[in-house]
Design a protein. Structure first.
Ligand SMILES: [Fe+2]
Length: 596
């Protein structure tokens, strides 16, 4: 059965599932070159189908995530918003509604942001900017026409069902263990927290759904109050938190601690704010910025940990799975896995809304399977995280021949030992090879790589290409067999996707200090098994042979504010526009003049 999963909301994406196996999954932001792109994912769909050797007419069933998406966000894509625009949204849209009894129109406030070209649906079906039912009908009709499928072959699932089913179905031990799944995010279809239970591969059952799990909402508004983008930059608040002196963070922490509380599998309030932006804006006034980051992070960790503890008690299951945007808080995940009642923690890659398309497709595979139930139970859709396009040697060479700007560069077949030598001598290398990774983390195939030993490598890469905020850490790819040398992992958790954080060992602090958080010295490693990515494993092994270090600093291959490179042309363009000296493009090593 050929199933296409589609997410048209925030972080739009497509996923192709053929006979229970995930063939391709791509976020629309990569091919469109616009971070967190929303809307109908034309390009991601085309690329997924091409990777399966299929056309639109071959699809048996469509799986769509999220029932209710407001039309206004299709006309006004908020990924184009500046920080000031998000403040305008609060001051000119929410404040009058919440405090002044007026109802200004979103489309009027942001009329300068309306992009009619992004609205591909029939507007005659929509009554107003908030008409989610009309929007759903318009979306369904668009899907019917675009794919030539009748309505009974199209299924729309609610947002949290997609989050939970994704995490559950891609869990590597789903058939061996009972699992308790927690999904927490900004919100979708009126829910922002849900708890689920799955018994050894049997269909997932919802234990609880709530619209009061406002951990993500508080975190994103605090991020905006700190002068950063509310959807994209939450990780910067998390990265800032460890620098604060708890003495200065305590006052902020107490502001958060007197509001949202864990209440069984749900949440309640000690003090219920009328809203989650202006309330905290007023209460946090006059407090240090780093203390605010510390306070919200501390409270987030406490709330998530307590919630998980209650879920374990309720379900009797210590094998935990976390997903949704809040699960991208790797420091909170660390507090969760350190709980004594947590036997294991799995956080899948791309746990934000980009994976909703996969969750929807998996749910359809189970609901409409033509296979016996026991076969479905054995369906393990994700055997690899490398789910995007690849370019073979001939194609790469053909494209290279047609690219401009490479005059004077040296282009040679680069043996791994040569690349390892360059890395060992302090050079920074962009790597574009094999299929692209799904999710927001570069896992070697669209990565910038460097020797993780010198502390100053962070500054070197920032000045060369990343221009990251000075407080933000980089991460490392670590050979699986060296994991225990560098990080403390008493529960032997999987660290394949940079979704978990660990304390570092003395050897880790010596040999990969550039890939640790500079202040608390934690690591969010990408553990590389040979079978998962043989070529990348071989490169790190060559670096280990050269230097004795079984890890490489690994950060995503992109310029500041741009999505991760998607095509060889993107890679070369980024290489040429940055201070990078070397680019490994497939088997070709490209060096700038005088750098070979
Ligand atoms: Fe979500």
């Amino acid at each position: 059965m050929i199933i296409l999963g589609v997410n048209e909301g925030h972080n739009a994406s497509a996923a192709l599932l053929v006979d229970g196996k995930l063939i391709a999954a791509i976020s629309e932001d990569r091919p469109t070159r616009q971070t967190t792109r929303s809307g109908f994912p034309f390009k991601a769909i085309d690329e997924c189908l091409a990777l399966g050797g299929l056309s639109r007419r071959d699809i048996d069933r469509l799986a769509i995530s999220t029932q209710h998406l407001p039309p206004k966000y299709f006309w006004i894509p908020r990924e184009t918003f500046s920080i000031r625009d998000f403040w305008r949204e609060q001051n000119e849209y929410w404040k009058p509604r919440l405090f002044e009894g007026t109802r200004p129109a979103y489309m009027e406030i942001f009329k300068d942001k309306v992009d009619p070209s992004r609205f591909v649906y029939d507007p005659s079906l929509i009554k107003n900017e908030d008409d989610v039912e009309g929007m759903l009908e318009a979306r369904l009709r668009h899907h019917e026409q675009y794919f030539g499928l009748p309505r009974d072959r199209i299924t729309v699932f609610d947002h949290h069902t997609c989050h939970a089913w994704y995490a559950y179905m891609v869990h590597p031990k789903r058939l061996e263990q009972d699992l308790v799944v927690f999904a927490a995010d900004g919100a979708g279809d009126g829910v922002n927290g849900s708890v689920w239970y799955g018994a050894k591969g049997q269909p997932l059952k919802a234990l609880h759904r709530t619209n009061q799990c406002n951990i993500g909402r508080i975190y994103r508004y605090v991020t905006l109050l700190l002068g950063m983008k509310q959807f994209e930059h939450a990780f910067k608040t998390m990265g800032l938190a460890p620098y604060a002196n708890p003495k200065y963070g305590q006052a902020a922490y107490e502001v958060f601690a007197e509001t949202l509380q864990v209440d069984g599998l749900g949440f309640s309030y000690r003090i219920k704010p009328k809203d989650h932006f202006f309330y905290f804006k007023e209460k946090l006034e006059g407090l240090r910025f780093d203390g605010i980051a510390w306070g919200v992070q501390q409270r987030t960790e406490e709330l998530l940990s307590a919630w998980v503890g209650n879920g374990i008690r309720e379900s009797g299951c210590g094998h935990v799975c976390m997903t949704g945007g809040v699960a991208m808080n790797i420091k909170a995940n660390k507090v969760v896995w350190e709980r004594s009642d947590v036997e294991s923690l799995f956080v899948p890659p791309g746990s934000g809304d980009e994976s909703l398309s996969i969750g929807a497709a998996c749910k359809v595979a189970v609901d409409f399977a033509q296979l016996p139930a026991e076969t479905i139970a054995q369906c393990q859709p994700m055997t690899s995280i490398y789910l995007g396009p690849a370019y073979d040697e001939a194609d790469t060479q053909h494209r290279l021949d047609r690219m401009e700007g490479l005059q004077g560069c040296t282009i040679e077949k680069g043996p791994l030992s040569r690349v390892a030598q360059l890395l060992g001598s302090g050079r920074v290398v962009g790597r574009f090879a094999g299929r692209s990774e799904f999710g927001q983390r570069a896992l070697g195939n669209r990565s910038i790589l460097a020797d993780p030993r010198p502390r100053e490598v962070v500054r070197t890469i920032n000045e060369m290409i990343k221009q990251r905020d000075f407080w933000m850490p980089f991460a490392s790819s670590v050979l699986a067999q060296r994991m225990s040398d560098y990080v403390i992992n008493p529960k032997h958790l999987r660290g394949d996707f940079m979704t978990l954080a660990f304390d570092s060992t003395a050897a880790g602090q010596k040999e990969m200090i550039g890939g640790l958080h500079p202040y608390d010295l934690t690591s969010r490693p990408h553990v590389v098994e040979r079978d998962a990515n043989p070529d990348y494993h071989a490169l790190i092994a060559a670096f280990e042979k050269e230097t004795g270090v079984g890890a490489l600093l690994n950060t995503s291959f992109n310029l500041h504010g741009e999505p991760i490179v998607h095509t060889p042309e993107d890679a070369v363009s980024t290489f040429l526009r940055s201070g990078l000296d070397h680019l490994l493009l497939g088997e070709w090593l490209i060096s700038k003049p005088g750098k070979s």
